[in-house]
Ligand binder design. Structure first.
Ligand SMILES: C[S@@+](CC[C@H](N)C(=O)[O-])C[C@H]1O[C@@H](n2cnc3c(N)ncnc32)[C@H](O)[C@@H]1O
Length: 343
């Protein structure tokens, strides 16, 4: 089995991609949520799945279902592959699934199991079962999720073939980064109640991100001497200019670009017997801590709201004081006027 990289995946599967364009486009339009994944990224993930040939694709974070559709289409084409999609969001069932059903046959859904549930409490042994080639899409964010993936899910994959795709990290070597803080404060995470607009993005060397798990990923990769690579780097360094021209000619620009804004790694880079270090993950503890944090966040939000109200009252008071001053001046002027008239 050849090593999977985004560039080689796109190149080796260019004919299948070309043949699948109208299906991908129809699904993309049915999902109608390019915010989370654009069409050229659909093509890249579709190619990765065709190239890696998983028997199981685990989707962590379905949202509106871009990746759900990409991977289910790939699973349908691969045949011996199924997708398990885990997410709290009800959007797929509520709004997207029936639109997708207009563009695919009913049998298409047989490859897909969507679960609307908390990922952190997933029984990973049952999830993975006896699957041997597992493609993981890591598209749900935060340190809790990172602890689940790195400490809960990945140990189960240690002795199987695995490939992990991570969204929401751009490669500053290939995308234009504005190094300026633009007058904003330091990046401090994405916890609720936090004014993200007022804070800059996080740059870790050339990793350009706004999501916490990037820190946990770099930590994990560094400890284990694994390679964390970007789709952009693969696409921009592994394809000759002739191949790029051929891809540009055979695929329209909306299906093929040299940027990806996602990273990947595989545990299989380690040779058999080499130890891999995983963090401890205990779902009950993580959930308890999250509940405690959410109480603190609520208190914080209430304090902020009260502070806002106090500021508003202060403004009203200052206005009232100014109005009283004006009224006193008018009274004084009126008294002077009356005195003047009565002379
Ligand atoms: C960025 S969206 C996923 C986008 C999707 N992969 C796509 O391509 O359209 C992230 C999703 O992860 C879900 N999520 C985050 N943390 C979660 C958790 N602990 N359990 C379940 N779902 C979670 C959110 O509800 C959100 O819908």
């Amino acid at each position: 089995m050849r090593t999977t990289t985004p560039a080689m995946a796109v190149w080796n599967n260019r004919e299948k991609i070309a043949a699948s364009r109208s299906r991908l486009q129809a699904l993309y339009e049915a999902v109608d949520w390019a915010n989370d994944l654009d069409l050229y990224q659909w093509t890249q993930w579709f190619a990765i799945a065709l190239e890696f040939q998983p028997d199981l694709i685990v989707e962590l974070g379905r949202g509106m279902g871009n990746s759900t559709c990409v991977f289910t289409e790939a699973a349908n084409q691969l045949g011996d592959c199924r997708v398990v999609s885990l997410c709290l969001s009800p959007d797929w069932d509520a709004t997207v699934k029936h639109r997708v059903a207009q563009v695919v046959p009913d049998s298409w859904f047989q490859k897909l199991e969507t679960r609307t549930e908390e990922i952190l409490t997933t029984d990973v042994q049952a999830l993975i079962g006896d699957s041997q080639r597992v493609l993981v899409l890591w598209d749900a964010h935060g340190f809790d999720m990172a602890e689940f993936v790195l400490g809960g899910l990945l140990p189960t994959l240690e002795h199987r073939h695995s490939f992990v795709v991570m969204h929401d990290i751009s490669d500053g070597r290939y995308s234009r980064i504005n190094p300026s803080y633009q007058g904003k404060r330091l990046w401090r995470g994405t916890r609720e109640g936090f004014n993200r607009e007022g804070h800059s993005r996080l740059y870790l060397n050339y990793l350009d991100t706004a999501v916490e798990q990037t820190i946990a990923i770099v930590d994990f990769i560094s400890r284990n001497g694994l390679t964390l690579e970007s789709a952009d780097h693969s696409l921009q360094t592994e394809l000759s200019s002739e191949r790029i021209s051929e891809l540009q000619n055979s695929l329209e620009a909306k299906f093929f670009r040299l940027d990806g804004h996602w990273f990947y790694f595989s545990l299989n880079e380690k040779t058999k017997g080499e130890e891999i270090y995983f963090p401890n993950f205990q779902s009950e503890i993580v959930i308890q801590e999250r509940q405690a944090r959410s109480h603190v966040d609520n208190d914080h939000a209430q304090v902020e709201q009260l502070q806002g109200e106090v500021n508003h009252l202060k403004t009203l008071l200052a206005q009232a004081q100014a109005d009283t001053g004006m009224a006193n001046l008018l009274k004084k002027a009126w008294r002077k006027y009356k005195a003047f008239r009565s002379r």
